[in-house]
Design a protein around this ligand. Structure first.
Ligand code: FES
Length: 121
């Protein structure tokens, strides 16, 4: 169980255009923010397959597709659509006065050995 962590401001709504993404550093990790509709999501930026930046992926219907080999991850829980047991980390998000704040990971990332393709990172 992850330790609870205080909310931390990482960006402002003005940094994240509708439909866009924005890379921030949070708790020592690169975290990709996505804004789709009225929702803001935060997931680990590093793709669990081979390490591409998910911040550079394309987003449609709550799913980000990695720019390197096109694995897709649900933004709400980080699950890979090809096998939901494989996940990238997600973070709780709230907006206060236009500030985007994150808290501890809501879903920890999968261990690397869970990757079904056997890619070593
Ligand atoms: S690095 Fe993301 S799908 Fe391969």
């Amino acid at each position: 169980m992850p330790q609870s962590q205080p909310w931390q401001t990482v960006a402002h709504l003005d940094d994240l255009a509708p439909g866009g993404s924005f890379l921030v550093l949070f708790a020592g990790r690169d975290v990709a923010l996505f804004r789709e509709g009225d929702e803001i999501y935060a997931i680990d930026d590093r793709c669990p397959h081979a390490g591409a930046s998910l911040c550079g992926g394309t987003v449609e219907d709550g799913v980000v597709t990695c720019p390197w080999h096109y694995w897709s991850f649900r933004l709400r829980d980080g699950a890979w659509t090809g096998n939901p047991r494989v996940k990238t980390g997600t973070y709780a998000v709230r907006v206060v006065g236009g500030d985007i704040q994150l808290a501890a990971p809501a879903v920890p990332p999968s261990p690397r050995e869970d990757c079904p393709c056997g890619t070593q990172v």
